[in-house]
Design a protein around this ligand. Structure first.
Ligand code: AMP
Length: 443
């Protein structure tokens, strides 16, 4: 009979194996400690939301909603989506739980998987984790600067050094319409030279045209009107103050007039943090062979901005807000490529517990629990009955000692303590075994 093909993970979605967990643990710990210190509280929202939430907030013409969202119809006929991002979900929760009556600002953080049916490549997946913060109820430019400061602090705590903060202001509902008019006229005059995608976007979402990565389009945009020249006084002042704060904290920023962000709900400040083009890998600094970071250069590690229009768009009270998000897989890939190391956290047993026969098995279970209580990480393979096979596992686990309980030892209330390298064995009374193990592990 033909062997049936094994089932694989879904394209663009990955397992995080035990040996990869050290990075995940480290990044989570650094991130959660940092945001705790800055007074943010954690919020978990469902992975699935009503599709309407994203249609109304992120916007129907955005790539995220129009091309990348996983949409389903439930058995009851509800239209639901796997969340492609979490700001909309957190804003929904802010409204639903009456957070507008909480002391402001309301500072929240989240960590969890997001889903986008994107083209998978290095640093871009269909399921990826995002970590991010949101500040609700503070329209002061200091809140924009605080968000940026926390994001930079997070990357700094992981060991990233060569970072660039790209920043721009996209104005608000008062000044953006005027700019869009000027931009549309410009795009019309260049219509023939635009790439196919830009031709469509020029009609549907002209601001997004400026986001195009095609070289020929980018060359055209050098002459394009810049949003920053069309900001009204309020928006200009807001942006100026954000920049002053960034100067104060010596943030490595670069004004990018064409940074627009793909989501509709942004107002005022938008920013991205990227790895600098000349980001050196630790290996390069040590004079070893270069590691390929190329796939990640230019890709945003963090992206965020102000979204004063979102809460009211979703039916809540007018609430200024600002936030950012980072992709954890992308962060970890960049850390590995740059040679940024983390402490190994994979569970490493100190001793192995081998047993022979049912009676010994019962005694082993009791001893296993006593070892755990004494803080000694032990491993065992209770399903196996051959001592030889069990000791082979002990060797593979690289433990220094094994405790062996056979039928005779179980009856005599003793255990054998075996040093794995030398094979030297000692018979020890059961009541003294914990102390004996502790002593041997110390020496
Ligand atoms: P966005 O929600 O698009 O503003 O993205 C915020 C951050 O999430 C980016 O800077 C990336 O670090 C990360 N990110 C976005 N899309 C993906 C993806 N498809 N795969 C992995 N990380 C992503």
């Amino acid at each position: 009979m033909a062997k049936s093909k094994s089932v694989q993970s879904v394209k663009g979605m990955h397992d995080i194996l035990p040996e990869g967990q050290s990075y995940w643990k480290f990044v989570y710990k650094k991130g959660s400690n940092l945001v705790d210190d800055y007074g943010f509280n954690k919020i978990d929202t469902p992975i699935v939301e009503s599709s309407q939430l994203f249609l109304r907030s992120v916007g129907e013409e955005t790539d995220i909603v129009s091309k990348e969202m996983y949409n389903f119809k439930t058995r009851g006929g509800d239209e639901i989506s796997l969340r492609p991002e979490n700001t909309a979900g957190v804003a929904r929760a802010y409204i639903e739980h009456g957070m507008s009556s909480w002391p402001h600002p309301v500072k929240l953080w989240y960590w969890g998987p997001m889903f986008r049916h994107d083209q998978p490549q290095a640093g871009r997946y269909r399921q990826f984790y995002q970590f991010g913060t949101e500040i609700f109820g503070d329209d002061n430019p200091a809140a924009d600067a605080e968000s940026i400061f926390v994001a930079l602090g997070f990357l700094g705590s992981l060991g990233f050094k060569n970072l660039t903060l790209k920043i721009n202001s996209i104005g608000d509902q008062n000044c953006r319409p005027h700019y869009l008019k000027v931009l549309k006229e410009f795009l019309k005059s260049k219509a023939k030279q635009l790439c196919a995608q830009c031709k469509v976007r020029a009609k549907e979402n002209p601001l997004r045209v400026l986001d195009c990565k095609e070289e020929s389009c980018r060359a055209l945009f050098k002459e394009a009107p810049q949003l920053i020249d069309h900001l009204d006084e309020n928006c200009r002042n807001h942006f100026k103050k954000v920049i002053e704060f960034l100067d104060e904290i010596k943030a490595p920023y670069m004004l990018d007039p064409f940074l627009v962000r793909g989501l509709d709900y942004y107002t005022h400040t938008v920013f991205e943090i990227i790895l600098e083009e000349n980001a050196k890998t630790a290996e390069l600094e040590e004079g070893k062979a270069a590691t390929d970071v190329a796939g990640l250069k230019g890709l945003a590690l963090v992206a965020g901005g102000r979204y004063n229009g979102l809460v009211s768009l979703l039916g809540g009270p007018k609430t200024p807000a600002v936030g950012w998000a980072t992709g954890i897989e992308r962060i970890i890939l960049a850390m590995k490529n740059l040679g940024l190391k983390v402490p190994e956290t994979k569970s490493q047993p100190k001793i192995f517990l081998a047993q022979l026969g049912d009676f010994a098995k019962r005694k082993s279970l009791v001893l296993f629990e006593e070892l755990r209580k004494a803080g000694i990480n032990a491993s065992t393979s209770l399903g196996r009955d051959s001592i030889k096979a069990q000791l082979r596992i002990a060797n593979r686990l690289k433990v220094k000692f094994s405790v062996i309980i056979g039928h005779k030892e179980a009856i005599d209330k003793t255990a054998i303590l075996r040093e794995m390298d030398s094979g030297i064995q000692e018979i020890i009374p059961m009541e003294g075994i914990i102390e004996a193990v502790k002593k041997r592990l110390k020496s």
